[in-house]
Each structure stands twice: as C-alpha cells, then as structure tokens.
Design a protein around this ligand. Structure first.
Ligand code: GTP
Ligand code: MG
Length: 452
C-alpha cells in the first residue's frame, strides 16, 4: 500500500543447531562486540530475542559492509539445542524469516543438527550454515574479530587445508539432506547454494562475514514479505506460557506481523476453544543498565513487529504454546478470527490415513515436527494429537489391520493408567521418547523385527 521504505519489518533470524555448538555464544559475541564499540544503547533486548540495528551491523562489518539495505536490523531468536526442546525449536523455526544453522566444525552433524534442518526444510526457510569453533582447529592462530579472508591469510597452509576438509565434510552432509553448498565466498548464486561461513563465536573471526551473508539473504528473499507486514492488527506465535510472580499467567510472544496495544481484543489458541480476551499489559525486559531493579519487566503501551514481548491478560491459563495470538481489529468479526485460529489446531491434529500409526506429543510445535519426520519417511499416520496417551489411542491402534502400523508413538507424553491396562490386553506396542530421532529409530527397529 505504498508504505515508506522505512516501514520494512525487522527480519526474524532463528539461530538453531545441536546442543553446545555455540548458538548462545555467537549471540553474546555479536552483542558484546557491539557493546564494546559503545553501541550498547542501540541493542534492544526483547522477550526471547535480541534486536541488532542495521547501524550496529554496519559498524561490526566495517570494510566488509557493502550494498544498500533498507531493513531496520535483524531480530535474533536463540533456540535451545537440547533434545527435549524440539517444540521450541520447531516454533522458532516456523517463525523465522531466515536462520543460522550452527555446526561445530570439530563435531560435524549431530541429531539436533538434522532435526533443525528438517524444520528449515519444512518451512522453506532460507538459511546459512555457521561452521563454528574454527579456533579449536589444531594450530589455529586466532585473529580477534577478523573477517574470514584476513584470518585465513594468518593461518598456515596445513591449517587452511584442515579447515577445508572439515567444510567439505559439512558440504557432504548438506548434500545428503538435499542441499548444494560451499564456503560462502566461493558461491555466486545464493538462491541455488547454501553458504557455509567459518566462524569462531569466541574470537569473533568470521562473524562480520556471517552478518553480511544474512543481510544479503534478507535483501534477496524477503523484501516483499517484510514490506506488507509492517503494521495492522498484530499476529504472533506463543513461545511459552509462563507464571510470573505478581503477574499471574503470561505469554511470551514473538510478534511477527502488525502491532499490539494494551487494551486490544485478542484471540489466543488453546487445545479446545480459542480464548477471547483483552491485553492487560505489554511487558519488555528492562534495559541492561536497570537490571538491579526489583521489577524485571517494563510496561509499554505499544509494540510493532518484529518484536518479542510478554503479554499479560485475564483468562489465558489454558493458552497453548505454539499457537497463534491475534488482535481483532474493530471492523473484524471475533468469531471469524476465533474460527481461523481453531482451524490451525485442527490442521495440526491430523486424522488422515485409514491405515497408519497413532502419534501423541506434548505441544503443537513437537506435533508438527514429528508429523514432518514421519511424512519424510513415508510412514502413514492414522491420527495425531497433543496430549497423553489414552485408552482410546490404544484401542484405535489395535484396530489397525496392518501389523506394522498398529502402534502408538509418544513424544514427551505420559501414558494414562487405563491406557496401560488396555495395552496389556491388546499387545499394541507403545514407543516413548524425548528425542524424535530415537523415537523413529526404535519404531524402525521394531518394524524390522516384525518382518523377520
Ligand atoms: P545450547 O543452548 O545448550 O543448545 O548450547 P549452545 O549452542 O547455545 O552453546 P553455547 O553457546 O552455550 O556454547 C557451548 C560451549 O562451547 C561453551 O563452553 C562455549 O564457550 C563454547 N564455544 C562456543 N563457541 C565457541 C567457539 O567458537 N570456540 C570455542 N573454542 N568454544 C566455543
Ligand atoms: Mg544456548
């Protein structure tokens, strides 16, 4: 609608990868470098996210900075690599405009690296691979904060060769996952190839290169998307439902579209009927300088996308992490918006094939992740839902004619007592795990045994 260029929304960048591969350290480094440069005030802490303005990125990139960018900056979301956070990873991944997939060059691909890639594939999110911890390569001479080209010059031929070998291992793994890739400075067309940027989150080497590649991707892939989503009724994703002392139940939300104002009517997804309520307060973390204050949060009247914000509202106890929170504007029908949000859960809660396995998970995010994994392995699903394993699930599984699909797969869920009684009667196997990868492996092993 002919909005000025400055209204481009901040792109959301999700940082993903296996546990301990360096996601949080990278964000600390970006924050730290910029704070050291005297730009601390410019960096904004959000609930669950950090916003780095374009001016700060320009500063960090120094002579590497090239081009003309209209985005206000980048909003980074950190996700946990631990296996049991599948749901948060999946939700972060579904929100992201772009992603950084971090891989420790010394460890290579690990289970949550692959899980992260599958999430990025599912949502078709453009991403860049950060090959982290290059400073751990034996013989590496760290050049604090240097761009890649400069630090490569400082390394011996043997060390450069060692780095190349590790990068080619990553390129091989990416190829197995269906992606062409190369070291980023050897790529001319980023729409056909994934860039691999060697970095150290400790020494800061290559971090400027990584930021430049991200800006380039944002400019190439996202300009049109970002433009249309700068204002209007707010839409966000609930990352977490949390009790806060003195505030009651609150929602940690990433607002990706439009605006929230206190007093706005909102619709919030649950396992059953969506909640209709009003925003009582919008809360942001206090700036770093005020960290000692008794109150951890600062009320604000208004937030605009993209932003991480804590929402306080009455009657939100049954809100479901992973579902949508949406403002209803004055000219909209509340029931129509509620219907829209209800159908989101209906879509996730698929009830498809006549013959297939039954799956139960703890949240929408993990349900989507598990459904995605099963679909990619062409394992049919008879029913998928959020919640504990019930007697009815076991009975439904027992009724499946094909013995290889007469099973229940539970991710991070409990088995209700009457379901256990039913299992003893019917012999239906139940697979439980907190790791998607293990869940699928256990099921596969069982299938192989059955075929023998
Ligand atoms: P989770 O949040 O648990 O998934 O881990 P993470 O990916 O956020 O890893 P984190 O940043 O916490 O780093 C894990 C460990 O690796 C810490 O001890 C870091 O100091 C170390 N580390 C991270 N990046 C580097 C790096 O580039 N070089 C070296 N030498 N150590 C690093
Ligand atoms: Mg971390």
């Amino acid at each position: 609608k002919g909005q000025p260029e400055s209204d481009l929304r901040t792109p959301i960048v999700c940082v993903m990868g296996h546990v301990d591969h360096g996601k949080t350290t990278l964000l600390d480094k970006i924050r730290g470098t910029t704070i050291a440069d005297g730009e601390a005030g410019a960096i904004t802490q959000h609930i669950g996210a950090t916003e780095i303005p374009l001016a700060v990125i320009t500063e960090v990139c120094g002579p590497l900075f090239r081009g003309d960018f209209q985005i206000p900056g980048l909003l980074f979301i950190d996700t946990p690599g631990h296996h049991s956070f599948t749901s948060l990873r999946s939700r972060g991944g579904s929100l992201a405009d772009l992603a950084v997939l971090i891989v420790d060059v010394n460890e290579g691909f690990q289970p949550q690296t692959i899980e992260s890639i599958n999430i990025l594939k599912r949502y078709r999110t453009p991403f860049v691979v950060a090959a982290n911890k290059i400073d751990r390569i034996s013989g590496w001479l760290p050049v604090e904060g240097a761009p890649l080209a400069a630090t490569l010059k400082a390394q011996s031929e043997r060390v450069r060769g060692d780095l190349d070998n590790r990068i080619y291992e990553l390129v091989g793994e990416l190829y197995k996952q269906g992606f062409n890739s190369d070291r980023y400075d050897r790529i001319s067309d980023f729409t056909k190839n994934i860039g691999v940027v060697p970095i150290s989150s400790i020494s800061g080497e290559g971090v400027a290169d990584l930021l430049m590649v991200l800006l380039g991707l944002a400019q190439k892939f996202l300009k049109e998307n970002l433009k249309v989503r700068a204002s209007g009724p707010g839409v966000g994703t609930i990352l977490e439902v949390k009790e806060e002392r003195g505030l009651g139940t609150t929602l940690d939300v990433i607002l990706y579209d439009g605006e929230f104002r206190s007093g706005d009517t909102i619709v919030v997804g649950t396992l059953k009927e969506p909640i209709v309520t009003k925003i009582r307060a919008l809360l942001k973390p206090r700036p770093l300088s005020e960290i000692r204050s008794e109150e951890r949060f600062l009320p604000v009247k208004h937030v605009a996308a993209a932003s991480g914000v804590k929402v306080s509202a009455p009657k939100i106890e049954s809100a479901l992490a992973g579902s949508t929170i949406r403002v209803v504007s004055e000219d909209e029908d509340v029931d129509a918006v509620a219907q829209e949000i209800r159908s989101e859960l209906e879509t996730a809660r698929i009830d498809t094939e006549n013959v297939g396995v039954i799956i139960k998970t703890d949240t929408i995010g993990s349900l989507e992740a598990l459904v995605g994994e099963l679909e990619s392995k062409e394992i049919p699903i008879h029913a998928a839902d959020v919640g504990p394993i019930t007697r009815r699930d076991v009975i439904r599984a027992a009724a499946i004619q094909d013995p290889l699909y007469s099973a229940v797969l539970g991710f991070n869920v409990k088995i209700l007592p009457d379901a256990l009684t039913e299992v003893q009667k019917s012999d239906v196997p139940i697979f439980l795990s907190e790791v998607i990868y293990n869940l699928l492996e256990n099921y596969d092993d069982w299938v192989e045994d059955q075929k023998m």
